[in-house]
Design a binder for this molecule. Structure first.
Ligand code: PLP
Length: 424
């Protein structure tokens, strides 16, 4: 109905199709799962490789009122280029000394402060700008990464921030933290971190902090722990329709639909005899007369070299497996004698409901997480946006939560698979 056409008209070597209709539906699904909280779409690292500006816009269209990035540069770029209403809050959390504090204040960003050095720098910048900074104090409740330690350090940071707030140089807009093991439901650290977060928030509020938002939930916590939602959930991977881990469940279990499909044109099909070594190192040798297909993407495009011999690809209606090593620009699949035309479509991963593998399948094949699969797709692969749907937001029906996407069992396309779907 609403297939606004940015489908490529010319064949491409490779492309990452980004389904913004799926992204909007995912945002709606997540909002329904966390009805008492606002939703921050985390769009760091170019929206996990999906393209920050179009994804940020689509997320806001679907009701995200916050956007999150790691670096201030990413957040400044969004404020400058995404054409978003000023009411959309943009927060960034990964600061280093000498960072662009003044630019951030002038762009009305929310900045995270984990320690006294950052508080001092943001105050100096606010004084220079003649504007109050929006500051969110970050607590380390157990991740052991960024954030302020509980106890004396937290008391010093909260006290310092309240004094500067009284002078009008900043507003404490948020109290927040980040979870270490939310992707392992039942891990004891989750309860421990939530308890400590409540304590650290209570301490700050007793001292007089009146934050707009308190937040700790990432995607896995949003999906599995409603007691972690507080005022705001910070969802990244789930917005892109990918499950945080097989332990949490599959994306379909939550009614989420993968947003990115990675496709390539088969560059060459040829017949070879048995005993023919394939790709660097000859780690694959053809077991008999067969046909080989050349897939023109490699590790420079983000195809993990660790998927050598294991990565799944849908070509000619069947799952094939990377034969031998993934090279910088290309890899080979054994087509098992099938005679395909050069130019045939190879789908490395997609939503999974047209017989193709998913990014989660690639993660399993490469011994990593699906976050890394989508985030590493390189800049040499053009992003092609489908279902942009501007102005037709009301027509998009969110996916039904819990709806099961039809599996492969019984499908012809399942034949020839030697890699199983993960998480189902
Ligand atoms: C990346 C990130 C998130 C989002 O995590 P997902 O697991 O992708 O939802 C949330 N908060 C912080 C601080 C992050 O760095």
């Amino acid at each position: 109905m609403n297939e606004t056409a940015t489908q490529p008209t010319a064949p491409l070597r490779a492309r990452a199709e980004i389904d913004l209709g799926a992204l909007r539906a995912n945002v709606r699904t997540l909002r329904a799962l966390a009805p008492g909280a606002a939703l921050m779409a985390v769009v760091k690292s170019d929206a996990y490789g999906h393209g920050a500006v179009p994804c940020a816009r689509a997320a806001v269209e679907a009701g995200a009122t916050w956007l999150g990035t790691a670096t201030p540069e990413e957040a400044l770029d969004l404020r400058a280029r995404a054409g978003l209403p000023d009411s959309v809050r943009i927060m960034c959390w990964l600061w280093t000394p000498g960072g662009p504090w003044r630019e951030a204040i002038e762009a009305d960003l929310d900045v995270s402060v984990s320690g006294m050095w950052a508080l001092e720098e943001v105050v100096a910048a606010a004084r220079a700008a003649g504007l109050p900074a929006r500051v969110q104090l970050k607590a380390d409740t157990g991740l052991g990464r960024n954030g302020c330690q509980p106890g004396d350090d937290w008391a010093e940071l909260v006290g310092g921030a309240l004094r500067v707030e009284a002078d009008g140089l900043l507003r404490i807009t948020g109290l927040w933290s980040h979870l270490a093991c939310a992707d392992e439901p039942g891990h004891p650290s989750i309860d421990a971190q939530l308890a400590l977060f409540r304590e650290m928030v209570a301490y700050a509020e007793e001292r007089g902090v009146r934050a707009e938002v308190r937040h700790i939930a990432n995607s896995p916590a949003t999906l599995t722990r409603s007691d972690s939602h507080f005022d705001l959930v910070r969802t990244g991977i789930a917005v892109y329709g990918i499950s945080p881990s097989p332990e949490v469940g599959s994306s379909a279990d939550f009614g989420l639909r993968p947003v990115m499909s990675l496709k390539a044109s088969v560059a060459l099909v040829k017949q070879v005899p048995g005993g023919h070594g394939v790709s660097y190192g000859h780690h694959y040798v053809t077991p008999g007369v067969t046909t080989l297909g050349l897939i023109p993407v490699g590790y420079a495009d983000g195809i993990p070299r660790h998927a050598s011999g294991t990565g799944p690809v849908l070509v000619g209606g069947k799952w094939r497996t990377v034969a031998g090593r993934v090279a910088m620009d290309q890899f080979v699949v054994d087509l098992g004698g099938d005679e395909l035309e050069a130019g045939a479509e190879a789908v490395l991963f997609g939503a999974g409901d047209h017989g193709e593998p998913t990014a989660e399948d690639w993660a399993q094949a490469a011994g990593t997480i699906a976050y890394e699969i989508v985030t590493r797709i390189g800049t040499r692969v053009p992003r092609v946006y489908v279902n942009e749907g501007v102005g037709e937001i009301a027509e998009i029906v969110p996916e039904v939560v819990g709806e099961v996407i039809p599996g492969y069992e019984g499908d012809d396309v399942a034949q020839g698979c030697d890699v199983k779907r993960s998480g189902t």
